[in-house]
Design a protein around this ligand. Structure first.
Ligand code: ADP
Length: 371
C-alpha cells in the first residue's frame, strides 16, 4: 500500500534526515515509526503525503510514485493528525470536523451531519459541537483532531505524535479508543511516536529508527522484543521488556475462576449468605456486569439490590480476544481484586487473578527461552 524504496532525505543545510529507507507499510494495519528524537520519523511520515519531498528514491502510495501525483489529490486520500490537534481556534468543534467535507464541496448541511457522526464515533458528546477548541481538555481536542482527519474517510491516516501532549491516563484512553476505532475502520495507519510502550501497544508492525535516519529494525512487536536486531534496539526496547510482552502473548489456557454474582433488582436476602462480607459482581438479566457490591452494603431485608449501591468496576477481560495484558488490566483495575472475564457477547464467564496472569507469563517466557 505504502512503500519506501531506497529513500534519502537531505535538507538544504546538509542534514541527512533519512538515509536509504526501504520499507513496506501493510494496508489496513497500524505501522509505528519509533525512535529517539531527531532520527527522521517525522520526515519519513511527511514524505508519504509529499509535505517533504525525497532527495533520492521513491515513495509509492497504492503503487504510484507520490511525486507523479497532484499533491492536493494525493492528500485527499490521506488524513493527517498532529500533536495538539492543530485545530482552528475560531471555529466551533463541529465546524472544525466539517472542514474537509466542506473543502471537498459538500453542502453545509451534509458536512455538519457527517461531522456529528464522526464526533460520536470518536467519543465526543453532541453538547461539545458548539464549543471552541480552548473549551475542551487536551484529550478531547485530540479526539477532534482524529475526527477531522477521518472526515473524508481516507484510506490512509498519518499520525505524528498525536497523544504526546496529554497526561498518561488520558493517553492510555486515547490509545484504547484508537484500537477500537481501527478494529471498526481498518485504515492504513502510520503513527510516529518516541514512546516504545505506545509503539508496542498500538503497532501491528514497528519500525525502529536510529539517529542518522536509518532503519534499525522492522518487525512485529513480539519479534522486536524477543529478538532485537542489535544493541541499539535492545537498549531502546528496554530492560523490562518481558513485562511489556504481556500485550501480545495469548491468554489461552489462563485459568478462569469462580465469581460470586448477584442479579440487579433481586432481593438482598437471597444474596446475604452467599456474599457475607465479601464482594459480589452485580449482573443484569443478560449477565452483563453492572458494578460491584460489598456484602456490608447489602440493603436490609428483602429490599431489591439497586444500582445506587454499586461500586464501578474496572476494565473487562474478553476471553475471546484479549491478551494477557487485558487480563492483567482487568485484575488490577477491579475493586475486588478479581478481574471480570466476559465472552464475546459481554456476558460474564468468571474471574481472573493477577497472580495467574504473571504465572502464565513466566511459563510462556520459560518455554520461549527453552525453544
Ligand atoms: P524525528 O521525527 O525522528 O524527531 P525529524 O524527521 O523531525 O526527526 O528530523 C530528522 C533530522 O532532520 C533532525 O536532525 C532534524 O533536525 C532535521 N530536520 C528536520 N526538518 C528539517 C528542516 N526543515 N531543515 C533542516 N533540517 C531538518
Amino acid at each position: 500500500m505504502i512503500e519506501f524504496r531506497g529513500v534519502d532525505k537531505r535538507y538544504p543545510d546538509g542534514t541527512v534526515a533519512v538515509d536509504h529507507l526501504d520499507l513496506v507499510v501493510d494496508a489496513g494495519k497500524v505501522t509505528i515509526f519509533v525512535g529517539p528524537s531527531g532520527c527522521g520519523k517525522t520526515t519519513s511520515l511527511r514524505m508519504i503525503n509529499r509535505m517533504v519531498e525525497p532527495t533520492r528514491g521513491t515513495v509509492l502510495v497504492d503503487g504510484r510514485d507520490v511525486m507523479e501525483q497532484d499533491p492536493a489529490q494525493l492528500r485527499r486520500g490521506i488524513g493527517y493528525v498532529i500533536q495538539q490537534a492543530g485545530l482552528f481556534p475560531h471555529r466551533t468543534i463541529l465546524d472544525n470536523v466539517a472542514t474537509v467535507p466542506l473543502l471537498l464541496g459538500w453542502n453545509k448541511k451534509q458536512a455538519r451531519k457527517r461531522a456529528a457522526e464522526l464526533m460520536e464515533l470518536v467519543g465526543l458528546t453532541p453538547e461539545m459541537s458548539g464549543r471552541y477548541p480552548t473549551q475542551l481538555s487536551g484529550g478531547q481536542q485530540q479526539r477532534v483532531g482524529v475526527a477531522r482527519a477521518l472526515a473524508a474517510d481516507p484510506p490512509v491516516l498519518l499520525m505524528d505524535e498525536p497523544f504526546s501532549a496529554v497526561d498518561p491516563v488520558v493517553r492510555e484512553n486515547l490509545q484504547d479508543e484508537l484500537l477500537r476505532l481501527q478494529s471498526e475502520l481498518g485504515k492504513t495507519i502510520v503513527f510516529v511516536t518516541h514512546d516504545i510502550d505506545e509503539a508496542i501497544k498500538l503497532g501491528d508492525k514497528v519500525a525502529v529508527f536510529r539517529v542518522g535516519g536509518r532503519l534499525a529494525q522492522y518487525d512485529q512487536p513480539g519479534a522486536l522484543l524477543a529478538r532485537p536486531a542489535d544493541d541499539f534496539v535492545d537498549g531502546f526496547v528496554g530492560r523490562d521488556r518481558g513485562y511489556r510482552g504481556l500485550g501480545f502473548r495469548s491468554a489461552d489456557g489462563l485459568p478462569i475462576g469462580e465469581l460470586q454474582t448477584v442479579t440487579l433488582g433481586s432481593p438482598a436476602s437471597a444474596a446475604r449468605d452467599a456474599i457475607g462480607d465479601g464482594w459480589a459482581l452485580v449482573l443484569d438479566s443478560e449477565k452483563h456486569p453492572q458494578g460491584w457490591l460489598r456484602g456490608t452494603e447489602l440493603p436490609s431485608g428483602d429490599e431489591p439490590i439497586a444500582a445506587e449501591r454499586l461500586v464501578a468496576g474496572g476494565s473487562l477481560y474478553d476471553t475471546d480476544s484479549d491478551s494477557l495484558r487485558g487480563a492483567l488490566d482487568a485484575a488490577l483495575s477491579s475493586p475486588s481484586g478479581l478481574g471480570v472475564a466476559v465472552d464475546g457477547s459481554g456476558a460474564v464467564v468468571g474471574s481472573v487473578s493477577a497472580d495467574d496472569v504473571l504465572d502464565k507469563l513466566k511459563a510462556a517466557r520459560a518455554d520461549e527461552d527453552a525453544a
